[in-house]
Design a protein around this ligand. Structure first.
Ligand SMILES: [Zn+2]
Length: 482
């Protein structure tokens, strides 16, 4: 639910009315699923699996040429960097010309946010989206309709590959607040059932990821059994909490389909989830900037790329740690072009064709940062990804870290810039209270910088008490401000 009075109305409603409100919201946000444009995009996405590589390349080059021309003509940042290099649009007409343009790092993107918006873009037809990845450093961009639709068409294909039945309920364990945190009585789930045959969203039972205590997980599993759930989607860390609970009881919960996405899926997570649900996990990778996609092959495990729908390069980025980074270019988002966007995510291009027969290129599983899962005094376990949500709407946060000191206390360390205000701080505190409850003490501390100690990886969420935290110790050196 969106913020303000709508959220309050939702919170005060009984659960049956919340089901109706959430279903109506999903329905109204997805009316475009019935449009001929979306249908043709879905057809294009599905048929792209069969395109011969030279055709993919020709289409990519044509679309890239159009994007670069547009960026030069309408986007101040790209006009500036191309002029500095003496480049004209005719110099960047194919994917092989792309390295002539600089990589757009996250720091540059954040500091030049306004200069990346295309002049004359009709922003009424775009959505302003916030992203914080798993780093808690927000970035905002305008995403136009075609890019939003393409994203959904790709997610739809992921579900088709994974064998989702669109007429059967899908259990969902994501990051949205669907049940107010103060509510102590079940049900801690809401049923999303948009009306209309055209809506290609399966009926969804959305289980609250903010109530994941042992006794509540038992309620969830009972309810899922009653509902005949055989398809599940969620953040890997949420499904890991469920899987560990199931395995601890020396049992399993067999299903047909498990879909994951939105955060890294590590081998230990995959192994636990696959044993608990007796099912292969089908993972999805994408980003809010719409520059990079990867859909795990349902048969052979590597990740298929978007083909002619975007451009993905793999290489090291100056000033960044780690190995071969994904550098993505959107070929659809004309209102805020992101050309050669350094995603910060690590993966390798795989050059062998996939034995599944699809011609789409391949990459390995994406490596992102490993974070801790929090454990609260009332037994709830909180995934690190759901903690990125409070940061997404905010401005002026340059770096952040969440440290759980004990079962009741969370320290939020922030390095901020001029755009950060007292109002932003109150919003951040309120968003944490909304997710963790009023009993958890959240303390914000301002620091000048947040860096990893030499030889150690920076971890965004660190729990000093959770048995679900990682073996490596707290790895952050703090420079206190003032
Ligand atoms: Zn394949």
């Amino acid at each position: 639910m969106s913020s303000g009075w709508k959220t309050r109305l939702y919170d005060l409603s009984p659960h049956w009315l919340q089901n109706a409100l959430i279903s109506a919201e999903v329905e109204s946000r997805h009316r475009w699923l019935d449009s001929p444009e979306f249908r043709s995009l879905c057809d294009e996405v599905l048929s792209s699996e069969e395109l011969p590589p030279d055709e993919v390349q020709a289409l990519q080059d044509e679309r890239l040429g159009a994007m670069v021309r547009h960026a030069y003509e309408a986007v101040p940042y790209y006009r500036e960097v191309m002029d500095e290099r003496g480049l004209k649009p005719r110099d960047v007409q194919s994917v092989s010309d792309l390295p002539k343009l600089p990589v757009l790092t996250k720091d540059i993107a954040r500091s030049r946010e306004r200069d990346l918006i295309a002049q004359g873009a009709d922003l009424r037809k775009a959505e302003y989206q916030g992203t914080s990845g798993t780093t808690g450093t927000p970035f905002h961009l305008w995403v136009d309709r075609r890019s939003l639709w393409l994203d959904y068409a790709l997610i739809r294909r992921h579900r088709i590959w994974a064998g989702v039945h669109f007429d059967r309920p899908l259990a969902s364990f994501g990051g949205k607040i669907v049940v107010p945190i103060g509510r102590r009585k079940p049900p801690f789930w809401r049923v999303v059932r948009p009306r209309g045959d055209y809506i290609e969203i399966p009926p969804m039972i959305v289980y609250s990821a903010f109530h994941l205590a042992e006794d509540v997980i038992d309620l969830y599993l009972d309810h899922m059994r009653q509902q005949g759930i055989d398809q599940i989607k969620g953040y890997p860390s949420n499904l890991l909490i469920l899987a560990r609970h199931i395995l601890k009881r020396n049992t399993t919960f067999p299903v047909r389909t498990v879909l994951t996405g939105s955060e890294p899926l590590y081998d230990h997570m995959r192994a636990a989830i696959e044993s608990a649900f007796e099912c292969r996990v089908c993972d999805w990778y994408g980003n809010t900037e719409k520059t990079a996609y990867g859909c795990q092959c349902d048969r052979y495990g590597q990740y298929h790329l978007g083909g002619h729908l975007n451009v993905m390069e793999f290489g090291t980025v100056e000033g960044s740690e780690g190995g071969s980074q994904i550098i993505g270019t959107s070929l659809t988002n004309f209102c805020q072009p992101m050309i050669r966007h350094a995603t910060g995510d690590i993966a390798l291009r795989v050059f062998e064709p996939c034995p599944c027969g699809r011609s789409l290129p391949l990459m390995t599983q994406v490596q992102e940062k490993v974070e801790d899962i929090l454990l609260l005094r009332d037994g709830r376990m909180i995934s690190p990804s759901v903690l990125t949500h409070p940061f997404k709407p905010l401005h002026g946060i340059e770096a952040s870290q969440i440290v759980q000191e004990d079962l009741d206390t969370i320290r939020v360390l922030l390095a901020t810039g001029p755009a950060y205000t007292e109002d932003q701080e109150q919003r951040l505190l309120a968003a944490f209270r909304e997710r963790l409850g009023a009993d958890v003490r959240v303390v914000i501390e301002h620091v000048s910088d947040l860096v990893a100690e030499p030889g150690r990886k920076f971890r965004w969420v660190v729990s000093k008490v959770s048995p679900l935290s990682l073996p490596e110790e707290v790895s952050c050196r703090r420079n206190t401000q003032g």
